[in-house]
Design a protein around this ligand. Sequence first.
Ligand code: ZN
Ligand code: ZN
Length: 159
Amino acid sequence: MDVTLPPNNNMNKNSLFNSIISDHPQYSFKPGSVFHWNPTLNLISYQQDKIDKDSGVWSLLHELGHATLDHSRYYDDFQLLIMESSAWKQAQKLSKMYDVLIKQSYIDQCLDGYREWLHQRSKCNECGTNSLQCSPSKYHCHSCLNVWSVTPLNECKQG
Ligand SMILES: [Zn+2]
Ligand SMILES: [Zn+2]
């Protein structure tokens, strides 16, 4: 009987993940609970259990996007959304070097998550008007003049 074994895709992705890491010795990489770029420590965290999955490779490239664009901090929620979007654009550029195609629908889904989060944060709990952020931790309703605090989200996290 002639049996042809299918190529071991997980093994391939695993080595892809490792070669992306070894191509970027200027950053530290460490397993963690989420994909995460920490500009203070120059450290990219990754989820060990995702390194053999497409989405794991995409998330790693996304965090590298933040790192290579030198994203350090942001001052308001809207700026975070812009940084998220540009990190994905950078990830797409990087992905070409590794012959990886990041699914556009995956990117859209991630950005929609941020948009939804932004929408919820900016909604006045008194009158429901979507309002403007006046500091990293405060929103101000232009309609009923309600002011509320939010926790500044300092870094990108891909869960
Ligand atoms: Zn209001
Ligand atoms: Zn991000």
